[in-house]
Design a binder for this molecule. Structure first.
Ligand code: NAP
Ligand code: SF4
Length: 660
């Protein structure tokens, strides 16, 4: 079904990969914990799942290059010994694995950071120390020594992290490299570090040792490299001995989304094609490749020789094996939310996946056949109920799922209408398919009575939430509607809109009303929206984004005085804020609501009475648990509505499904 994806790929040195699927590097949060058992289980599952080549999370070759104060380093014999558990497990599962060597440069969150020039990054308060010439030599030698150790630990190769704004990119761009010695100035000097790094790593290893070089195919920052310069870098690292060129997109300080839901699927493959035009070694496309048809189309268009899937492999460890069988409906698709992967990493928690709660918990959430098959009623077909019903039925229980609406999905059916959140429809379809395969009886348009539930051994209450109706005078006015009415299309808001409540749903509703759906599904519209150019000579490939005439006057309000959007994801909140700011959405905090009337919303802000005119007032004021039935097990929003999100709902569903 996906013939190009499953064509073998010959690398240099006599190595042939069985297919074109690379599992891209992800920080798992286990690196700095030396959790080798967890990492071995995590990677081995993905090797069994058919990934041709796996790249680990980033390890620094020396102290200065660590990403944080916690050591995630690969520089001693003891480090190598620990990693043997990983390489053995992956090889036993029939896979190949390379170790990513990442020097954070000025992005490191610790006090010993270094960089080509002492220029602070906008995303780190620390100023790096300028590297001396001996520092540079030692760092290059550290890369080579780490590669030698990696080979001894059984790794099939290394990936040298030369993108995303880390040390190697800091050498390449004038934005961060203002040196006057042989490591700065003209591009030939600025790319010396990258080429020399590859050369020394090759020299320290052997011809069959895979050297993946992750190149920044698009910097997306002012003062970054142009496409023409990037092609020169690509040729230099090829000449120095790289085996494969993997694509990186955008520095971490770029103000253009590169992997969030705002990015259309496969939107950056064109940049990989530019690399392919420059070199003879195979090139790998990356970013928002979450479905086999997207990957196949990239290969078919000749944009790349291989595709890198990272989060897609968290969402489904057997992505490759299922795609090979043509089982598209059986693939759990990554919805690009970042909520349990990147957002976890940034708060120091091991990564997992919203739609696949077992990811990263392979050793904890073990699914065993049930000792006695029971009859189980799951009431509610939202995220929690779907996962619970599927998991329990796969373990051998006889499960009936009741859903009072005409379709499965619960809150996901509202979320999927928000620009960028179309992917939620994939999760509902995937779990519905699992229910079908596991023989779950699904009863739609059916709210069960107490009598009906009595006959089951176990009853799971997953009835979700009801939106909160705050007690504000005038809340019964005809212009006051719920977010569900708006997202469902039952109400068309007027020209002046007030949104009460600024949690995840308040932001979703604002994006629904102001955002641009086309820019999240169509790569050309995305580029115009965010200001990305294909012009080969423009530094960083960035230009001004398109201005948007606001369609409505939108005001968002909340009572608390915390920063706007502080409950949104660490790695995605800024995208939503930027999007709403460019549409002129006004945000007010510290608001005391007085009343709602024909004129609009009357409130007290900073001690002053204000009136915000409104044709429509949309309530996004949080949720209350919905408990219309009784049962021994209550999960998701029905259990606890505050701070509810899909991550907790699905995790609770999986944990209960595994326990029943
Ligand atoms: P939420 O995040 O808890 O936000 C509720 C909002 O309502 C807050 O802004 C709160 O602000 C306000 N509020 C609470 N009680 C109120 C009252 N009595 N009167 C007036 N205002 C009141 O809940 P949500 O927006 O409904 O989201 C539900 C869950 O889904 C959240 O956990 C959210 O993280 C998740 N979700 C996440 C995303 C995402 O993008 N990551 C998107 C959608 C939903 P004040 O108290 O300051 O007024
Ligand atoms: Fe994808 Fe979200 Fe899972 Fe991360 S948590 S892998 S973004 S679905």
């Amino acid at each position: 079904m996906y013939p190009r994806l499953f064509e073998p790929l010959e690398l240099g040195g006599g190595v042939t990969l069985p297919n074109r699927i690379l599992m891209g590097s992800m920080h798992t949060g286990f690196e700095a914990r030396n959790a080798f058992g967890e990492l071995a289980a995590f990677y081995a599952e993905r090797a069994r799942g058919g990934a041709a080549l796996i790249v680990t999370g980033g390890y620094s070759p020396n102290v200065a290059g660590n990403l944080s104060a916690h050591r995630a380093q690969f520089s001693t014999a003891a480090d190598g010994k620990g990693h043997e558990a990983i390489t053995h497990a992956v090889h036993a599962a029939g896979g190949r694995i390379v170790l990513q060597l990442l020097h954070s440069g000025r992005y490191g969150m610790h006090d010993g950071i270094v960089a080509p020039s002492p220029i602070k990054s906008p995303i780190n308060p620390r100023v790096p120390r300028e590297m001396t010439a001996p520092d540079i030599e030692q760092t290059l030698d550290a890369f080579a020594a780490a590669a030698r150790l990696a080979r001894e630990a059984g790794y099939d190769g290394v990936e040298i992290m030369g993108s995303e704004g880390y040390l190697i990119t800091q050498f390449l761009a004038q934005r961060t490299n203002q040196r006057r010695d042989e490591w700065g100035g003209a591009l030939a000097n600025r790319m010396r570090f990258a080429a020399e790094c590859v050369r020394r790593v090759r020299e320290a290893t052997h011809a069959a040792f895979i050297i993946v070089y992750r190149i920044s195919a698009l910097d997306l920052v002012e003062g970054g490299l142009s496409t023409e310069e990037i092609q020169q870098v690509a040729r230099a690292v090829e000449a120095a001995g790289a085996t494969l060129l993997n694509t990186g997109v955008g520095w971490h300080e770029a103000r253009i989304p590169t992997i969030a839901q705002a990015v259309p699927r496969g939107a950056f493959a064109w940049a990989t094609r530019r690399l392919k035009e420059a070199v003879r070694i195979p090139v790998v496309a990356s970013n928002r490749i979450n479905a086999p048809e997207v990957a196949e189309a990239i290969l078919e268009r000749g944009e790349a020789d291989m595709v890198s899937l990272a989060r897609a492999m968290l969402a489904d460890e057997a992505f490759a094996a299922k795609a090979r069988r043509g089982d598209r409906a059986g693939i759990n698709i990554c919805i690009a939310c970042n909520q349990a992967c990147l957002d976890h990493y940034f708060i120091g928690e091991p990564v997992s996946c919203v739609v696949n709660p077992r990811a990263g918990r392979e050793t904890l959430l073990v699914l065993k056949k049930a000792e006695t098959a029971k009859t189980i009623a799951v009431v509610g077909g939202g995220p929690a109920g779907l996962v619970c019903a599927a998991t329990a039925a796969e373990r051998g229980h006889r499960v009936t799922l009741y859903e009072r609406e005409a379709e499965l999905g619960g809150q996901f059916n509202l979320a999927k209408r928000v620009p960028g959140k179309q992917e939620f429809a994939e999760s509902v379809a995937y779990y519905a398919e699992r229910l079908k395969r596991a023989g779950v009886q699904v009863l739609l348009n059916h709210a069960p009575s107490g009598n009906e539930l009595e006959k089951f051994h176990e009853v799971v209450v997953a009835t979700g939430i009801d939106p909160r109706r705050p007690d504000i005078p005038g809340v019964g006015h005809a212009k006051v509607v719920s977010y569900a009415d708006v997202l469902n299309g039952r109400v068309e808001p007027g020209a002046e809109v007030v949104i009460l409540g600024m949690g995840g749903i308040g932001f979703d509703v604002a994006l629904f009303l102001a955002g641009e759906r086309r820019a999240t599904v169509d790569a050309k519209a995305f580029e115009a929206h965010w200001g990305i150019t294909h012009a080969a000579s423009v530094p960083g490939n960035v230009i001004a984004g398109r201005e948007n005439a606001p369609k409505r006057r939108i005001t968002m309000m909340k009572r608390s005085t915390t920063p706007f959007g502080h409950t949104l994801g660490r790695t995605t909140g800024w995208v939503h804020r930027a999007e709403l700011a460019r549409h002129g959405v006004r945000m007010l905090k510290g608001v005391e609501y007085r009343r709602i009337d024909d004129a609009g919303v009357h409130a007290l802000v900073d001690g002053k009475e204000i009136l915000v005119k409104a044709d429509t007032v949309i309530l996004c004021a949080g949720q209350l648990p919905r408990r219309e039935v009784q049962g021994a097990h209550v999960i998701g929003g029905a259990r606890e509505a505050g701070e509810l999100d899909a991550k907790r709902a699905m995790r609770e569903g999986a944990e209960l499904g595994a326990r029943l």
